[in-house]
Design a protein around this ligand. Sequence first.
Ligand code: CP
Ligand code: NVA
Length: 339
Amino acid sequence: MNLKGRHLLTLLDFTTEEIQFLIDLSAKLKFEKKEGIPHKHLTDKNVVLLFQKDSTRTRCAFEVGAFDLGMGVTYIGPTGSQMGKKESVKDTARVLGRMYDGIEFRGYLQSDVETLAEFSGVPVWNGLTDQDHPTQILADFLTIQEKFGTLKGIKFTYFGDARNNMGNALMIGCAKMGMHFTAAAPKDLWPNEALIEVCQEIAKTTGATLKFTEDPVEGAKGVDVLYTDVWVSMGEPKEVWLDRIKSLNHYQVNSHLMKQASPSAIFMHCLPAFHGLDTEVGKDIAHEFGHLYPVVSKGELEVTNEVIESNQSVVFEEAENRMHTIKAVMLASLSDLYV
Ligand code: CP
Ligand code: NVA
């Protein structure tokens, strides 16, 4: 398996075998980390992390992953560079590509991460755009593999805004890995037709199935994984909250929904999650809309506190796996070890 020099912009660009290789390499690196086996395979290399949006997991995963591999890291936050204001993405790509061995990008436009890849001359990794979040899927799938021993044949349902980065990326990942993907969401929040068509074609070759339903209970019946994400994503205006609560409150993952699933089902969430009153947004939403929609009156939005704190929830293992999988992506694309 040779992924040297490859970008990770979307999992659509990777074969089933390549994705499986990255997940297995992540498991190996996780083992080495836990056992204290050093793996500084990339000393003297440097990476830059370009964030137009905030992050906890992705930023820390790239930083710790890079340090563990022996690399130097520069973090550039939403206000920390000339990009977009005084300098184009194309020029930024050509500057950073001359200083760094790899570039991580988190932002709005998929076309921006593509431009960085086209003009920087070094591997570029997508740390989230409005359209996709491929490194998250690798962590999610490592977690599923750890729990069930396999990805193929796993029954997976995504509840909520299925046309956001997570809905898209999970559908792509499930199609690639031969999983049974269901999106449970109102029709106007299903992934776009063109992407569904592409994924249906992939599914024909991997044994995956893709299903779309407006009925959350039908979506939960007998499944192995229940997955949700925030109802309003980074970059969307505050004004969309009311509409989103209106259309998604029936899709909140709560204990009733969990009971419909397989007894061994797990709950997953890319995080951050709204499951109480201990965040500014959770508090604001409860205060503003709780009287209209009692379901959100305790700041529990896409998931209840009971579910996220239950034994079925694997969200913190999933978050840890961001680091092991991102480390694998950097290692595979920057080293000669697997050439
Ligand atoms: N899941 C995820 O991407 O989290 P951050 O926004 O904290 O990076
Ligand atoms: N859909 C979310 C994912 C966060 C990791 C967002 O874009 O805000």
